[in-house]
Ligand binder design. Structure first.
Ligand code: FAD
Length: 563
């Protein structure tokens, strides 16, 4: 810029010159602020969802070159692992939520939040169509369209009902904070109703029959929490009602907690038996009416019906209709879940990412690649490999796909890993077929990353790091761009680190399965659970509220008022 006119010139302060004289910075004498350089258009990033994946992405994103718009019907983040505790009042709902504006306000990145839900993703014109969830002065719910350069889909999933008749109409779900509050009210209402003077025994039994459908971690934890609430608090307050209470847990598989080690499953089943929780295994729910729930035995096909007072449905997750519609647009209509590559980019797109419960990494290409490495080794080494050659093959795979390294450490592959470490066995040959069979385990494991908060949070953090370094990667193709190639991305693929899993079983006992197949069950594990969950809470505010709730519960018991 040149300034010929003297009045303009008088306004100028030449503040500094950088050695070499290349850069001049100017400041307006009246405004005291530097004259803004020509505006560089920021890339627009739209994030759908404020759950584990979306929030983790937003927390870690620190590159100011993005203009971020967050769209979610929920203006807060909810710490879902403590939802079962909210259903019985061990923890208050407000203690486990943090306003999203609190989470994003300290960022040096421009972040705007809109309380609305996305009802359509238009990947052709790079727009998302949104609807506010509030009625505005009789004009109804406002609809608006947001453009994006990059879209991050972190919309989670919805409860899976397997299209079982009557589930949506008559069952409670346990997915959101509101669900947990509703369950808490329903439990206390059931006790109040059952205490009314004019009821028959049969009616009281029906009202106080609580049915939990699904023997996964959430269903089991809820059943355990409910049992503790009844035993430790409600029976004391409603002494006459105690003898009518029954908790039934229905599970279609042969065991509960099937994703855990057998020792945990057995302990949980035994404990529930001792606690009087009726665990019905191999029972598939086929229908729910307003009064009864019908099940069919998986083995004998026998249909039975039981009256209930309240049902909580917790049988896993299904795909959101908005995501389903988007899957059609990107040629994924035949898939059950939205598929991404190992860089979390939606297959068939180049600027849309999906993470958390709404997506799954499609490892087909990984396995095809691994398979081709084997084929090559097979051809070169006529069917057998020395340990040295095996090491070369495995190194090659791990270099391309670091996540495989993790699975080499799992139990089934340990013999191969041990072989690799043992120099004395350097002459031992292993057949390619043997290796292939062992690596089928890799296939099974990498395909099925669990739908957990742990995975969602790690994916959000991974993607934010990629976004933070996007410019650097473009400028420095020899560095992070190493992985770029046809169909590839700029960064190392996402690699999940498993830190273990808890299953609270009630009575101040928890089971934990930690990496390396380390299992711990009992009261001491419950303290580990308290400390891990307290440390994982999203802010010091929620941390102190939750710890206070726990202390309150220890001293005064749970609050049984129905508000
Ligand atoms: P969510 O956390 O579900 O977030 C989805 C977000 O998308 C929400 O903000 C939602 O409002 C928003 N959204 C929905 N629809 C739209 C739309 N149309 N437009 C815009 N935004 C939308 N995992 C563990 O690892 N450990 C545990 O102990 C554990 N316990 C659990 C207990 C319970 C009761 C439940 C329900 C889950 C538990 N999980 C646990 C699983 C964990 O909560 C999920 O895996 C995790 O929430 C997935 O994160 P997400 O970001 O994909 O989805």
């Amino acid at each position: 810029r040149t300034y010929n006119d003297s009045s303009s010139f008088s306004k100028l302060l030449v503040v500094f010159t950088v050695s070499g004289g290349g850069l001049l910075a100017y400041a307006d004498a009246n405004s005291t602020s530097p004259i803004a350089p020509p505006e560089i258009k920021k890339k627009r990033v739209v994030v759908l969802g404020t759950g584990w994946a979306g929030t983790s992405f937003l927390k870690q994103l620190d590159n100011p070159s993005y203009d971020v718009q967050v769209i979610s019907p929920r203006n807060y983040f909810a710490f879902t692992p403590l939802l079962p505790s909210v259903t019985v009042g061990t923890v208050e709902p407000r203690s486990i939520v943090e306003p999203i504006r609190n989470i994003v306000k300290k960022k040096n990145v421009d972040v705007h939040y809109w309380e609305a839900e996305c009802f359509k993703i238009d990947s052709q014109s790079k727009k998302v169509h949104c609807r506010s969830n509030k009625n505005i002065d009789g004009k109804g719910k406002e609809e608006f369209v947001v453009d994006y350069d990059y879209l991050v889909i972190a919309m989670g999933a919805r409860p899976n009902t397997f299209n079982t008749p009557g589930v949506v109409e008559h069952c409670n779900f346990l997915k959101e904070v509101e669900d947990a509050q509703k369950i808490r009210r329903s439990v206390i209402d059931a006790f109040e109703k059952a205490s009314l003077p004019s009821l028959s025994d049969e009616e009281r039994q029906k009202m106080l029959h609580f049915v939990v459908v699904g023997g996964g971690p959430t269903g089991v934890e809820f059943a355990a929490e409910l049992h503790d609430f009844v035993k430790e608090d409600l029976v004391k307050l409603y002494p006459a009602a105690g003898k009518y209470v029954k908790i039934t847990l229905l599970e279609a598989a042969d065991h509960i907690l099937t994703m855990f080690d057998k020792r945990i499953t057995e302990f949980a089943e035994d404990k529930f038996k001792r606690d009087g929780i009726d665990v019905k295994l191999g029972s598939m729910v086929i229908k729910v009416s307003d009064k009864e729930i019908s099940t069919k035995g998986r083995v004998n096909g026998q249909v039975s019906t039981m009256p209930y007072g309240m049902v909580v449905w917790s049988t896993g997750i299904g795909t959101d209709p908005v995501v389903k519609d988007f899957m059609k647009q990107v040629g994924q209509e035949t898939r059950r879940v939205l598929a991404t590559d190992e860089w979390l980019r939606v297959e068939g797109t180049d600027s849309i990412y999906a993470l958390g419960d709404c997506a799954t990494i499609n490892q087909r290409r990984v396995m095809e690649d691994i398979s081709s490495i084997f084929k090559k080794a097979d051809k070169e080494n006529s069917g057998t490999l020395t340990v040295k050659q095996l090491q070369a093959v495995v190194d090659d795979i791990c270099e391309r796909y670091p996540q495989v390294d993790l699975y080499l450490k799992t139990k089934k592959l340990r013999n191969i890993a041990d072989l690799l470490k043992d120099d004395s066995k350097s002459s031992v040959a292993i057949s390619i077929e043997e290796l292939k069979t062992a690596l089928k385990e890799v296939d099974a494991q990498v395909k099925n990353l669990p739908a957990t908060a742990q995975v969602a949070a790690q994916q959000g953090a991974y993607l934010a790091k990629c976004f933070n370094r996007m410019e650097e990667a473009e400028k420095n193709p020899e560095g992070p761009l190493r992985f770029r190639g046809e169909g590839r991305h700029r960064f190392h693929p996402f690699r999940y680190k498993h830190f273990g899993q808890f299953a609270p079983l009630g009575g101040e006992q928890t089971a934990a399965q930690l990496p390396g197949d380390w299992v711990s069950i009992g009261h001491s594990t419950q303290w580990l659970w308290y400390s891990v969950y307290a440390s994982k809470l999203v802010s010091w505010r929620t941390r102190s509220l939750v710890v206070t709730d726990w202390v309150k519960r220890f001293i005064f018991g749970r609050d049984s008022s129905s508000i």
